[in-house]
Design a protein around this ligand. Structure first.
Ligand code: FHN
Length: 594
């Protein structure tokens, strides 16, 4: 009862101070922002932990499998609050060991941990003074976040909290009696939830658990939450922790799973989810979060684990585009990180032990693309992550810089031979077979800033085909590469002035059948465009596909390339009746009979 009285008093006090919106934090100079973001940009790699009551059902309810991600079971199975609350009495993770979790993260090369202090179900993993719906009401009766904070401090890992704005348990936050909690109608008492519950709990987390690096908001998409509320929240949090980093899900600018907001929305970094942007965003901080299987919260039936190679290459991909990688684990109700996750993290750690220098504190690649893999950079150094090992014993790097040294990061005392390669750049001899099949890092120490040579033209295939991929295109205008998982496409093609081009070395001219792999929702169909190859032009029209994400092949006709040599192939809109021209994934020219 004492805790309830305290909670009531806290609520009254908070209500009394509700009205005064927070004064905006002082404007931050770019230098101040860089200082605040420095540790996070250096870190590049973190552990996401989704853990809570949902680990008990672990994907099943009343003896039946429930589809979807494990932490959503309360919504997915339509479990009434009173029934879901009973899980509190079952939560007793007797095998939880904070030091063990933090060691697994640190040994994997992860520099920060983001754990769900409260997920959408509203259950709190810490001893909160403003609710009984927390870890202290369980048989476990230990403040998990306190133990994790101590273990992180001992190990030098930065502790961060994921905190859901959406709350399916609090009566002022979720619609009463609404059968599905997500996207329920707005609750008129939501402002009271924000001022007397959400803010006080965030204050507990920011002032009672040592250094907190990031507040990772989520569940911001609900109608109750607004951008003005986000700005007020940021001001409130900064008044307590001026150095706090806050993700862009504190506001309304996230743009779904793509996670990259436009300027003007709140938050310090973009949050692509289950995807990695097709390109970097110069000057923009972002972090891709990814599961190791398919679920964030534990599901006993989800054994669809990504390979260690896939995980490491995702980390490299993010770093090569100037972003961070937040890799998730979903511990069991006993408090154990699933063994398949532990095994993969151990193997990732082995790679990071040798190659961490090529990830931590690096900046994005200076190349649009490389045929053998990816690149990260530090001043005077290029780290070439070779994923496709060359058959001819060398890699060619399109730079004109003087190369001082080249070596394998795994064997820095053995120089690699470097030779000029004309207008292609420099040729670096490498061992006959890949020292590390996951990715071998070749370090090239250069004089001055990278002087990148023009990207070599695309080559015609041995079969005479010319394959023009979105990722290889030069785009003019506001259209940009986007990846929705799988092969990227050119999207946001909202201006008819935007064009897409490829430079191609044609060794076998002639007549070609043209195929266009694209997507276009019906409301935007009808654009007309030209495919121009040298002096030959083919006109085409965009027909509707099922959606912006459903790709189909159009066969607009044939085009003739008269002579061998380097030509430019352009896709140029001539009419755009709808919102955008199309999402263009690929153009293929296949040799055809004359
Ligand atoms: O709904 C959540 C989901 O449960 C999970 O927490 C992910 C991880 O970022 N975020 C939301 C979905 O975008």
């Amino acid at each position: 009862m004492k805790r309830m009285a305290i909670a009531a008093a806290a609520m009254l006090l908070a209500v009394a101070t509700i009205r005064a919106a927070q004064p905006a934090p002082p404007a931050e100079t770019p230098e101040q922002r860089d200082k605040r973001m420095a540790w996070w940009r250096e870190a590049r790699f973190g552990m996401f932990i989704h853990w809570g009551l949902y680990a008990i059902p672990a994907g099943e309810w009343n003896g039946r499998k429930v589809g979807g991600i494990g932490e959503w079971i309360m919504n997915s199975a339509g479990i009434p609050v009173a029934e879901y609350e009973k899980l509190v009495q079952q939560f007793n993770p007797v095998k939880f060991n904070a030091r063990e979790w933090v060691s697994i993260a640190a040994d994997a090369g992860m520099k920060y941990i983001v754990i769900t202090s409260k997920h959408h179900d509203g259950f709190c993993l810490w001893d909160s003074k403003v609710t009984e719906y927390d870890i202290m009401a369980t048989p476990f009766k230990r403040d998990v976040l306190k133990e994790l904070a101590e273990a992180c401090a001992e190990k030098g890992v930065v502790l961060c909290f994921y905190h859901s704005i959406m709350d399916w348990h609090h009566p002022d936050a979720q619609a009463i009696g609404y059968p599905r909690y997500n996207n329920a109608p707005p609750n008129p008492n939501f402002p009271r939830y924000v001022e007397t519950y959400l803010k006080p709990q965030l204050k507990e987390l920011l002032t009672g658990y040592g250094r907190i690096g990031v507040l990772w908001f989520d569940g911001e998409w609900i109608k109750d939450w607004t951008e003005p509320m986000a700005r007020d929240m940021v001001a409130y949090l900064r008044s307590m922790r001026p150095d706090l980093i806050i993700n862009n899900r504190v506001g309304k600018g996230r743009k779904g799973m793509q996670g990259m907001s436009d300027p003007g929305f709140s938050g310090d970094f973009g949050t692509p989810e289950q995807e990695i942007p097709a390109t970097g965003f110069p000057g923009v901080d972002w972090e891709s979060c990814m599961t190791m299987n398919n679920t964030w919260g534990y599901r006993k039936d989800d054994n669809n684990w990504k390979s260690t190679q896939t995980i490491v290459r995702m980390l490299i991909d993010c770093a090569s585009k100037g972003g961070n990688f937040l890799l998730n684990v979903g511990p069991t109700a006993e408090g154990l990180i699933p063994e398949p996750s532990v095994q993969r993290l151990r193997e990732v750690g082995a790679w990071m032990k040798v190659n961490g220098e090529a990830i931590y504190g690096t900046s994005a690649s200076c190349f649009k693309r490389l045929p053998f893999g990816r690149c990260t950079r530090k001043p005077g150094k290029l780290y070439l992550h070779v994923e496709q090992w060359p058959a001819d014993g060398a890699i060619v790097v399109p730079i004109s810089n003087k190369v001082n040294r080249a070596y394998l990061l795994a064997d820095r005392n053995t120089p690699l031979a470097v030779a000029a390669a004309g207008d292609a750049g420099v040729r670096i001899s490498v061992p006959a077979s890949a020292p590390d099949p996951i990715a071998t890092v070749v370090v090239v120490e250069i004089e001055g800033a990278p002087q990148v040579l023009a990207t070599p033209p695309l080559r015609q295939g041995a079969d005479g085909k010319i394959t023009l991929r979105a990722a290889d295109a030069d785009i003019t205008g506001s259209a940009r590469l986007e990846s929705k998982g799988g092969e990227p496409n050119i999207g946001f093609w909202t201006s008819a002035e935007d064009t897409v081009q490829w430079r191609v070395q044609v060794d076998r001219p002639g007549r070609f059948a043209v195929e266009v792999l694209y997507a276009c929702e019906s409301a935007s169909a009808g654009s007309e465009y030209q495919i121009i190859a040298g002096s030959s032009t083919l006109s085409a029209r965009v027909e509707a596909t099922k959606s912006w994400n459903d790709f189909a092949v159009a066969r607009p006709g044939h085009i003739t390339i008269d002579n061998a040599g380097v030509i430019t192939i352009t896709v140029k809109p001539v009419k755009k009746p709808g919102q955008a021209v199309m999402n263009l994934r690929r153009v293929t020219l296949t040799p055809a009979a004359p």
